[in-house]
Design a protein around this ligand. Structure first.
Ligand SMILES: Cc1cc2nc3c(=O)[nH]c(=O)nc-3n(C[C@H](O)[C@H](O)[C@H](O)COP(=O)(O)O)c2cc1C
Length: 314
């Protein structure tokens, strides 16, 4: 997710769950080809497994970008066919590609020919006046014909005329049953469902119908929830929140020593204690002090001490 799932955010999430697949922000193929690759694509070894999401609509450019991404060591490359922003539409990619299944198939075919990594697709169920019952299978079948086997479906349309990107994540109605039917009709494909899933109970009920659940906003609004995933869905060891935070703090200290600023490192932590005593003080202390010039690990230690003392008092 743009402006959220940067490398520090993914490191925090990985401290909370060893087994989930993490995704980067969308990076356009042109940025990969012409931009500062170390900044755009660099990631920490502990983030694995991690998928890089590409945006683009030119098969040759996407293939070239995919090669570069593969060399960085990512585990999967995901193509964005869901972003509704104007900037993306003017580049004729993102959600507006729902109208061009053939072109998307050419894109993923070129990417697959360029790399040995899995190439997956994230899409909507349709755009504007499209009939999702036809538009979604058309996109999926075109990509499946080009060899893609895994799809993450944001179960609502994007309305490209008149809605902001934020409204496009809230206003068009969710249609989960359509995604369930897609899976039933194509059992050989791996279908992940996305959109409006806020709790692990909800995630579990979707798993009766599809192969996986993709969490968006809930993952950064309530990251502590991620600590339950390994035990609940993968039969793994439960993550201890304090231990996960201590591990993340070690990462923060290392990045600070390498010259990073504190604020981008604490941003993914802001929602960590939501719903627990001391959450507000924790957030306020970090928001006020971490932006200051030269802010160091002490700011984080102070904020954590506030939560610990409220927990002891409770
Ligand atoms: C701030 C923000 C940035 C996002 N950036 C991306 C992105 O880069 N690529 C993408 O496929 N979806 C992006 N999305 C959409 C989410 O991946 C997801 O499809 C959407 O928020 C619905 O799922 P949710 O209800 O679980 O959040 C973004 C969403 C938000 C809120």
């Amino acid at each position: 997710m743009m402006d959220w799932t940067d490398s520090p955010c993914r490191v925090l999430h990985r401290c909370l769950t060893a087994r989930t697949l993490l995704y980067t922000e969308m990076v356009t193929a042109e940025a990969v080809l012409h931009g500062d690759r170390a900044r755009l694509l660099g990631f920490e070894a502990m983030e694995h497994p991690v998928a890089l999401q590409l945006g683009g609509a030119d098969p040759a450019r996407l293939a070239e970008a995919a090669r570069i991404v593969a060399d960085f060591g990512y585990d999967e490359i995901n193509l964005n066919v869901g972003c509704p922003s104007d900037r993306v539409q003017s580049g004729r990619f993102g959600a507006c590609l729902m109208r061009e299944p053939r072109l998307v198939a050419d894109c993923v075919a070129a990417m697959r020919a360029a790399v040995s990594l899995p190439v997956t697709v994230k899409c909507r169920i349709g755009v504007d006046e499209q009939e999702p019952e036809a538009a979604l299978p058309a996109l999926i079948d075109a990509c499946a014909g080009a060899g893609v086997t895994t799809f993450a479906v944001h179960a609502r349309k994007a309305w490209l005329e008149g809605l902001s990107p934020k409204e496009n994540r809230e206003v068009p109605p969710l249609d989960y049953p359509l995604v369930y039917r897609l899976k039933r009709a194509r059992p050989h494909l791996t279908i992940l469902i996305n959109g409006g899933i806020e709790t692990l109970d909800q995630a579990e009920s979707h798993l009766a119908h599809v192969d996986g659940v993709m969490l968006g906003r809930a993952a950064y609004q309530n990251p502590a929830m991620l600590a339950q995933i390994d035990t609940r869905f993968f039969g793994g060891a439960p993550a201890d929140l304090d231990r996960a935070v201590a591990r993340y703090c070690e990462f923060v200290a290392r990045r600070l020593a390498e010259g990073a600023r504190l604020h981008p490192l604490i941003k993914p932590m802001l929602g960590l204690y939501n719903g627990r005593p001391g959450a507000r003080q924790f957030r306020r202390h970090l928001s006020e002090h971490a932006v200051r010039e030269g802010a160091g690990i002490a700011v984080l230690d102070e904020a954590l001490a506030m939560v610990a003392s409220r927990a002891r008092a409770a």
